[in-house]
Design a protein around this ligand. Structure first.
Ligand SMILES: Cc1cc2nc3c(=O)[nH]c(=O)nc-3n(C[C@H](O)[C@H](O)[C@H](O)COP(=O)(O)OP(=O)(O)OC[C@H]3O[C@@H](n4cnc5c(N)ncnc54)[C@H](O)[C@@H]3O)c2cc1C
Length: 317
């Protein structure tokens, strides 16, 4: 059985959605999807990963602290021992870090942040946005082992049946270990993974103007707040919320841009969103060129009305 290895990020065995999507992409190839999870609670991931299509779970033991080079060595060992023809991970910070290391160790070309993946006749074909999202490249890997990261919110999670076989392997260990992670102290959704992102820009006038954006995001219940670089540079919002070329790349089901002009560097981070709504008082703002729905007007009138409409719609369902 030809297999494909998927690195799964998890919190005490609860897989990140972006990793489940990578597993879903692996399932869609028709190859046998093998998940690999490392760190505390990795074995707890067996049930959710089985439900998302994994046929096997490799639990790496003895890696209580995450080690970037150690995890890469563990992935490579699993790829080799299972004869996997491909390695996939989410295009998260961890996935991006791992991709370069794994591809280097396997002497293969890495393909990052892919938005489509197909497998036919023994060849993997991907699509990935380039030039700040203005063009889409279609690429095929000539490497012996295909290595790629997949953009979150782009691939569907699969449904599996039965229980994945669980095997434990000892970690090779690494030269570097992460000794501590300082949590931000809130449980906010990350813009990269939220299905809905409500972003604000300089049109909100001041930091306090983001209240209307936060209210709309909380009315949705599953939304994250995003920001343009102009407001991050002005210290209105934290850099972790910045969307764009020098911020995060997002592809949610719904992206709402409030008081954002739509500079090319901002579009680079959000133009692959499924549905884009722009609210701007300037009808000529470039953001309207990529928007599916545009509302020309004052954000301070429109957004609160939208928030009320979302609340009513949710209450009616
Ligand atoms: C190398 C480089 C990297 C960059 N990386 C990024 C990046 O990652 N992300 C990013 O976002 N930018 C990035 N930028 C900056 C980018 O070029 C823009 O300057 C920035 O995106 C503008 O932010 P903005 O749209 O919030 O502000 P502005 O361009 O000032 O736009 C504000 C908008 O608000 C509208 N508006 C004003 N009042 C209201 C109101 N009451 N209601 C509704 N609309 C209103 C205006 O019509 C205007 O369109 C980068 C630039 C460079 C050079």
């Amino acid at each position: 059985m030809t297999s494909i290895l998927v690195f799964v990020e998890h919190k005490n065995g609860a897989p990140r959605r972006a990793s489940l999507e990578a597993l879903g992409a692996a399932c869609a190839t028709g190859l046998t999807p093998i998940a690999l999870a490392t760190g505390p609670g990795a074995a707890n991931a067996a049930a959710p990963l089985s439900a998302a299509g994994a046929k096997k779970l490799v639990v790496v033991t003895g890696a209580d602290s995450y080690s970037p080079d150690g995890a890469a060595a563990d992935v490579v060992a699993a790829v080799k021992s299972h004869g996997a023809v491909a390695f996939l991970a989410a295009a998260s910070s961890t996935g991006k870090d791992l991709l370069g290391r794994v591809a280097g160790l396997l002497d293969c070309a890495p393909l990052s942040d892919c938005t489509s993946l197909t497998y036919a006749g023994g060849t993997f074909t991907v699509q990935r946005p380039i030039l700040a999202g203005k063009a889409i490249v279609t690429a095929q890997s000539q490497s012996a082992i295909f290595c790629a990261t997949l953009r979150p919110n782009t691939f569907a999670v699969a449904t599996g049946s039965g229980s994945a076989e669980v095997v434990s392997v000892a970690s090779a260990g690494g030269k570097v270990t992460v000794t501590g992670v300082a949590a931000k102290g809130d449980a906010k959704l990350d813009v990269k993974e939220a299905p809905v992102v409500v972003s604000g820009g300089r049109g909100l006038r001041e930091a306090a103007g983001f209240k209307i954006v936060e209210d709309l995001a909380s009315a949705f219940g599953n939304a994250a707040v995003g920001a343009s670089r102009a407001v991050v540079d002005s210290h209105w919002r934290p850099h972790g919320e910045q969307v764009g070329q020098t911020g995060k790349t997002v592809a949610p089901q719904l992206y709402i841009a409030v008081g954002i002009s739509g500079a090319i560097q901002h579009l680079a981070g959000m133009r692959t969103s499924k549905v884009i709504v722009a609210i701007n008082k300037d009808a000529a703002a470039p953001i309207f060129k990529v928007a599916d729905y545009g509302i020309v007007g004052d954000a301070f009138e429109i957004v609160p009305a939208l928030t009320e409409a979302v609340k009513k719609a949710k209450a009616a369902n």
